[in-house]
Design a protein around this ligand. Sequence first.
Ligand code: XUL
Ligand code: CO
Length: 449
Amino acid sequence: MSEGFFSKVPGRIPFGGLGSTDPLAFKVYQPDRIVLGKRMEDHLRPGVCFWHSFAWDGRDMFGLGTLDRPWLNDALDPMAAARQKMAAAFEFFAKLGTPYYCFHDRDVAPEGASFAEFRSNLDALADDALGYQERTGVKLLWGTANLFSHPRYQAGAATNPDPASFAYAAAQVKHMMDVTLRLGGENYVLWGGREGYDTLLNTDLKREGAQFARFLHLVAEHKARIGFKGQLLIEPKPMEPTKHQYDYDSATVLGFLARNGLEGEFRLNIEANHATLAGHSFHHEVATAIASGAMGSIDANRGDPQNGWDTDQFPNSVEDLALPLYEILRAGGIAPGGFNFDAKLRRQSSDRTDLFYAHIGGLDTIAQALLVAADLVERGELAANKDARYAGWDSEFGKTILGGSLSLVDLEARVASGEINPSPVSGGQERLENLVNRSIWAVDTAPEA
Ligand code: XUL
Ligand code: CO
């Protein structure tokens, strides 16, 4: 197992525990550890993304690739390079020991000279992927199509002023949905890469909204046609690469779906750094999705508080993740979604082994956050507090208001009679924050099971 692209990693990453000094051992993440009656791995369903980890060489707008990625060598034949990339990726997945991966069509298949060539490249590489999946047991969490890199999508895909771009995107999505089905993918993601605008001077918002809705209807129809049983997911993001993206945040997407008769067809793939770009917390985005019954999956990463762009760093804050995980546990879990590491190394983390350190740290952080969240669930104080706060709405009076039998006239009469007079109660925010911190501190020092 030590042969291959990651020969510095001798085999499967072991669990070492907090006492371990081995940088290539997990400190907290133990797939089989039982948390609230379920294996840690089954709670988290972690996945590795293809694009940042295997299809990017570290280049940015200021400089060349820095990462040691021999399979991205431009001198290689494109299909041979694609096969090396896939071999490297599955070697990595198997050594890391995570159960899932995710990819865009273009992450694995060379573009070729035509759509037909691209499709046959993708089909051949999907055959290879199926073989690797069978041999390693690694599964596809979700597939997606890249509708943003090629210049044909410079003005968007579904929302492009040119219907030919819409059609090309539709062809790509149709084929990638078929591939996702064939690989047993559990979800299909649509991130609206360039669905938005750079300037309103050249943008017809009404038309683009109608085009976008039509596109999503086509996707839902194709799902039914091919019998894909997975979830369709939309990934909100407010900006970047366009100045304004239509799928701004969870609430915007949910409103768009409801307005266009698409409610129930799509759920949300929430990305931590996209939440912060929208001026929200990750916790807010997760809670909003859950409140609408639309929580689908997570793209795990983080931004940098000093930067206003999508730095896609690996998660490393238990505090930031504990409350989103608490919401997810209370809502019954993340399945059939998971935690996809949509995260990339810093450009100077150029050794191949850095990819392991990054994922080990990310997994340990999410695992620790899960333990904190489970502690909060078990203690039950937050939930009891919230229930008590809204208890009035479970009373006869509250139910009557929500039931719709009282008009404004009725309510005015009851208030005017002096029968109703609210008495404000403390929201107790600091007391609740202390409860969260107590769980963070308590679990921090708890020995592993
Ligand atoms: C871009 C992003 C994408 C999607 C998949 O910010 O997050 O990688 O997750 O297209
Ligand atoms: Co993402």
